[in-house]
Design a protein around this ligand. Structure first.
Ligand SMILES: Cc1ncc(COP(=O)(O)O)c(C=O)c1O
Length: 459
C-alpha cells in the first residue's frame, strides 16, 4: 500500500504547479500545460494518472536497463535496508554491499580497472573525475597539468563542474560557466559538421582538433581529455570508426589522461559491457551511473585505472573527497543484484547478437522517410535526424521546434522518445522483446508521418 495518497490528475498538477521546480524545465510553460503524472510501470510500459499506457523508448532517462517491476532488484534493496539501511565508508569503515560491488565492478569493467570510487550520480562522478585527475598530476609531480579538454555537445551532468565539462553553450551562458581550466573542441558530428568529407576522414579531422588544442595549450599544461563513447544527450552522435583510435594515439603521445564518460553507454547499452570496449577506447578513468542499478536507486562512481590508482594508493596521503552517500548500502546491494541478473540472463550478449542489430535494421527503414536526414545508432541507441532537405542535410529553423512537435506526437501516440534539437532519440530497455521494438517502430512511424503532415510534407 503506497504511503502517497491517490489523487485526481488535476489535483496532482495543481500541487506540482504550486510547489515543484522540475529539472531542465520551463516552469511557467509547464504550469500552463500541466505535468504528465506517471503513476506505475511494468516491464517496458508506463501508465499515467489518467490510465494512459506508454511504451518507454527511453528506459526512463537512459537508465532502466532491466525494465520496470523487477522483484529481484527491489528485494535486494529491501533486504539490505532491513539489515543495514545506511552506513558510510569514511573513517576506516565499509560494509559488505559496497565491498562486494567493488569486486564485481572490477570483474565486468576492462582489465585496467581494479578500483572504484562511489558517488550518488553521474554528475558527482564527473566532479570526482576532476578531483582525481588533479590529485594524480600533483602526485606524479606535474601540477601544471590542470586543463581538461572536453567537446561541444557533450553532456557530463549538472553540477557546476560537470556542467562546465559539458559542451552546451546555453547552459554555460545561464550558469556563468565554465569554471577555469576547462576547454572544448568540436564533436565528431559528421552529419552536422562533416561537409563533403567522408565520415572516416572527418573522424580523423575531428580527433586532430584535440591535438591542435593540446599543442596550442602546451602539453605540459593539459591534464586530460573527456568524452562519452557516444554523445547521447548531445544528439546521439556516433563517432566515425576512425575517431577513437586517433584520440587514443593523441592522448598517449602527449601523456594526457583519457576519461570515458560511460554514464549512458555503460552496462550493456552498446552491446558490450562498456562503450569503451565497443569503440576500443583506452580509458584511464571511467565514470558511470544510471545502468549500474537500472535506475532503481541513485548510484554512480568512477572506475580508476591502474595508471591513476597506482600512484594514488602507493603515494599515500588522504584524498580529500567523498559524499555522505558514496557507496550507499541499499544502492550497492541493488547494483550487485542488477549485475548478477545481467550476467545470468545474458543481457549484454542478447543486445549484441539480437536486439541491437534488430533495432538498427528496423530504424534504418526510416532513412527513406521524407523528413529524415540520417538514421544512426549502435546497440540499443538510435537517433533519427530530421531535416528540411535530405540532399543538403539542411537543419530546420529554429532548430528544435520540429523535434518538439514530433516528440509531442510520440507521447500522444503512446511512445516515449526524446528530441535533442531535431534528432529523435530512442534507447529502449535492454530487456525489450522483438515485439516491443516492433511496437516502438509502428508508433515512431506514425509520429513521423503526423509531423510531416503538420509541416505540409507528403509522407
Ligand atoms: C553522459 C552523461 N554523463 C553524466 C550524466 C549526469 O548524470 P546524473 O544525471 O546522474 O548526474 C548524464 C546524464 O544524463 C549523462 O548522459
Amino acid at each position: 500500500m503506497s504511503i502517497v495518497p491517490q489523487r485526481a490528475t488535476a489535483e496532482w498538477q495543481e500541487i506540482d504547479r504550486r510547489h515543484y521546480i522540475h529539472p531542465y524545465t520551463d516552469s511557467k510553460s509547464l504550469g500552463e500545460q500541466g505535468t504528465r503524472v506517471i503513476t506505475r510501470a511494468e516491464g517496458v510500459h508506463l501508465w499515467d494518472s489518467d490510465g494512459k499506457r506508454y511504451i518507454d523508448g527511453m528506459s526512463g532517462l537512459w537508465c532502466c536497463n532491466l525494465g520496470y517491476g523487477r522483484r529481484d532488484l527491489v528485494e535486494a534493496a529491501c533486504e539490505q535496508m532491513r539489515e543495514l539501511p545506511y552506513y558510510n565508508s569514511f573513517f576506516k569503515t565499509a560494509h559488505p554491499p559496497a565491498i562486494e560491488l567493488a569486486g564485481l565492478l572490477a570483474e565486468v569493467t576492462p582489465a585496467q580497472f581494479k578500483h572504484v570510487f562511489y558517488t550518488g550520480s553521474g554528475s558527482e562522478a564527473n566532479d570526482t573525475v576532476i578531483r582525481l585527475v588533479r590529485r594524480y598530476w600533483d602526485i606524479v609531480g606535474q601540477p601544471n597539468r590542470r586543463i581538461i579538454v572536453s567537446r561541444e555537445n557533450a553532456y557530463h551532468g549538472s553540477t557546476i563542474a560537470a556542467a562546465s565539462l559539458g559542451g552546451q553553450w546555453p547552459v554555460h551562458e545561464q550558469g556563468h560557466l565554465p569554471i577555469p581550466n576547462i576547454v572544448h573542441v568540436g564533436a565528431p558530428y559528421w552529419y552536422g559538421c562533416g561537409g563533403d568529407l567522408t565520415p572516416d576522414a572527418f573522424g580523423i579531422e575531428a580527433a586532430r582538433e584535440l591535438e591542435t588544442k593540446i599543442l596550442a595549450l602546451g602539453p605540459e599544461n593539459v591534464a586530460a581529455f573527456i568524452g562519452e563513447p557516444v554523445q547521447g544527450a548531445g544528439g546521439m552522435i556516433i563517432p566515425p570508426a576512425t575517431y577513437w583510435p586517433e584520440i587514443n594515439r593523441i592522448c598517449e603521445r602527449y601523456g594526457v589522461l583519457l576519461i570515458a564518460d560511460e554514464v549512458i553507454c555503460g552496462f550493456g547499452r552498446t552491446g558490450r559491457w562498456f562503450g569503451s570496449e565497443r569503440f576500443g577506447i583506452k580509458a584511464d578513468l571511467m565514470s558511470f551511473a544510471k545502468g549500474v542499478t537500472s535506475g532503481y536507486l541513485p548510484l554512480g562512481g568512477v572506475m580508476v585505472g591502474d595508471r591513476v590508482a597506482g600512484p594514488l594508493i602507493e603515494q599515500g596521503g588522504e584524498f580529500y573527497h567523498g559524499f555522505t552517500y558514496s557507496g550507499h548500502p541499499a544502492a550497492c546491494a541493488l547494483a550487485v543484484a542488477n549485475i548478477n541478473a545481467m550476467r545470468r540472463e545474458g543481457i549484454v550478449d542478447r543486445v549484441h547478437d539480437e536486439l541491437g542489430p534488430y533495432l538498427q535494421r528496423r530504424w534504418q527503414e526510416f532513412a527513406t522517410h521524407p523528413l529524415v536526414g540520417e538514421v544512426r545508432g549502435v546497440g540499443l541507441l538510435a537517433g533519427i535526424e530530421l531535416t528540411r532537405n535530405k540532399a543538403t542535410r539542411e537543419f530546420f529553423e529554429p532548430i528544435g521546434d520540429v523535434g518538439t512537435v514530433c516528440r509531442d506526437f510520440c507521447f500522444q501516440n503512446g511512445l516515449v522518445m526524446r528530441a535533442v534539437r531535431d534528432t529523435m532519440i530512442i534507447a529502449p530497455p535492454l530487456v525489450s522483446t522483438i515485439a516491443d521494438i516492433d511496437e516502438m517502430w509502428i508508433l515512431a512511424r506514425k509520429s513521423l508521418d503526423m509531423t510531416a503532415a503538420q509541416l505540409g510534407i507528403a509522407a
